[in-house]
Design a protein around this ligand. Structure first.
Ligand SMILES: Nc1ncnc2c1ncn2[C@@H]1O[C@H](COP(=O)(O)OP(=O)(O)O)[C@@H](O)[C@H]1O
Ligand SMILES: [Mg+2]
Length: 403
């Protein structure tokens, strides 16, 4: 039998065949866009664990900007290198330029753009007919980065406005990787937030949606004490039951296949509504079952294989990056019931001394396996990770007995 169509797409940043749920999130963002148009500019921080669907939602936000006549300036891949001021500014300018270039090519804005030439003296004109402001001075060593960015944004506002847009929204993903480095005297995060605050206070309609892992919120707070006033927070979590079902049934409908109610119930329960796992399960089931209508007995036949594959492709890979000592700390943590793992609760299960234990926690946090929810309280960053760790311990126990 030839390979059949499979619409499901497990993977980082892969657009889902159907973006399920997220109505509340879309509504919040739409309200933000309307506020920008009214001159009431606000920013948003989109945060959540890996695989929750933040990037998929950011793609949706971009579309909404287009529909609402707001210019989206996007960057999907911030990384550590952008903590360096020259890299940060370079990327910001590149993306601004790219966004302006895109709209310069649109028929409807072409003539408007031409009239902008009269207002600013562009020192850099790329494609024919394109207008873009590039500061004529290089960033001087003693010029504060914040002032440079403020000036840059203000000058380019004229271009945006003449292009007929009501505002600009920065859609920056993986932004948790950007932070200040006191040791190197780099303060890009503080400077960017400062510049944004400054242009907004002066009435320019630039807004930011910063997206990343939970640590992002802490970075922003550390960089600017007033971050809570600047950013409304949007926490992206698992899909509820009904939305998890639609995430599966909609794409299935498109290819004339279906899962029985029992199968749907099982997937929703086993994935906990975690978008990445939903895509993963649905894809595997479709690939492994020939019947158009998948029944619970078909699913039960392959369930073990899917869990094993998920362990191998998803969890084992992550476990391969840590030391045995860190592993024992994770196992200890998995013995604590519930979402919040307090230092004192997990200490009961840990065999290592306090110093090693604390160091392990720090390393595990750096590797993105756990995060600090509040002072002295840790959580796993990956859904179903606790269950996986318990399974691992069971199987080692089993092999110890046999061995
Ligand atoms: N609302 C959704 N409905 C269905 N699938 C989704 C949804 N959001 C994300 N996904 C799927 O989940 C996986 C992870 O999404 P992604 O946006 O990369 O997560 P994150 O950026 O939070 O790590 C992808 O395979 C994506 O297709
Ligand atoms: Mg992402």
């Amino acid at each position: 039998m030839g390979k059949r169509v499979n619409p499901f797409s497990p993977g980082a940043g892969l657009a889902p065949p159907h973006l399920a749920g997220r109505e509340a999130e879309r509504e919040k963002f739409l309200a933000m866009l309307c506020d920008i148009r009214d001159g009431n500019v606000k920013n948003m921080v989109v945060h959540g664990l890996r695989g929750m669907g933040k990037t998929a939602l950011m793609d949706e936000f971009k579309q909404m900007c287009d529909d609402q006549n707001i210019l989206p300036v996007t960057e999907p891949q911030y990384s550590k290198q952008h903590c360096k001021p020259s890299k940060f500014v370079g990327l910001l300018k590149y993306n601004m330029r790219a966004a302006i270039e895109t709209f310069s090519k649109l028929e409807k804005t072409k003539s408007k753009i031409q009239s902008a030439v009269r207002y600013i003296k562009p020192t850099s004109v790329g494609i024919p007919g394109m207008v873009y402001y590039e500061p004529s001075y290089e960033m001087e060593a003693d010029m504060p980065l914040r002032n440079y960015m403020t000036d840059y944004l203000i000058k380019n506002w004229k271009v945006v406005e003449k292009g007929g847009y009501d505002g600009v929204v920065f859609l920056f993903d993986e932004f948790h990787t950007v932070c200040n480095s006191e040791r190197r005297d780099w303060f890009v995060l503080s400077d960017f937030m400062g510049a944004l605050d400054e242009v907004q206070k002066r009435g320019y309609r630039y807004a930011a949606v910063l997206c990343g892992l939970p640590i992002l919120q802490n970075n922003l707070k550390a960089a600017r004490s007033y971050s809570e006033r600047m950013f409304q927070s949007l926490w992206i979590s698992v899909l509820d039951d009904a939305d998890a079902r639609t995430a599966i049934t909609k794409p299935l409908g498109g290819i004339g296949r279906s899962f029985s109610r029992g199968v749907l119930d099982s997937i929703v329960k086993e994935t906990g509504g975690y978008p990445y796992f939903i895509q993963f399960y649905a894809k595997e089931i479709l690939d492994r079952v020939d019947n158009n209508n998948v029944k619970i007995k078909d699913y039960e036949r392959i369930r073990g294989k899917i869990t094993a594959l998920l362990d191998r492709d998803f969890f084992d890979l992550r476990m391969a990056q840590i030391t045995d000592s860190q592993k024992t700390t994770l196992y200890a943590m998995s013995n604590v019931k519930g979402l919040d793992i307090t230092f004192s609760a997990v200490k009961k299960y840990a065999s290592t001394n306090n110093g090693t234990f604390a160091k392990n926690l720090t390393r595990l946090e750096e590797k993105g396996l756990i995060y600090k929810a509040k002072h002295g309280v840790y959580r796993f960053t990956l859904p179903l990770f606790r269950e996986y760790l318990l399974r691992q311990q069971e199987s080692t126990k089993g092999s110890d007995l046999n061995g």
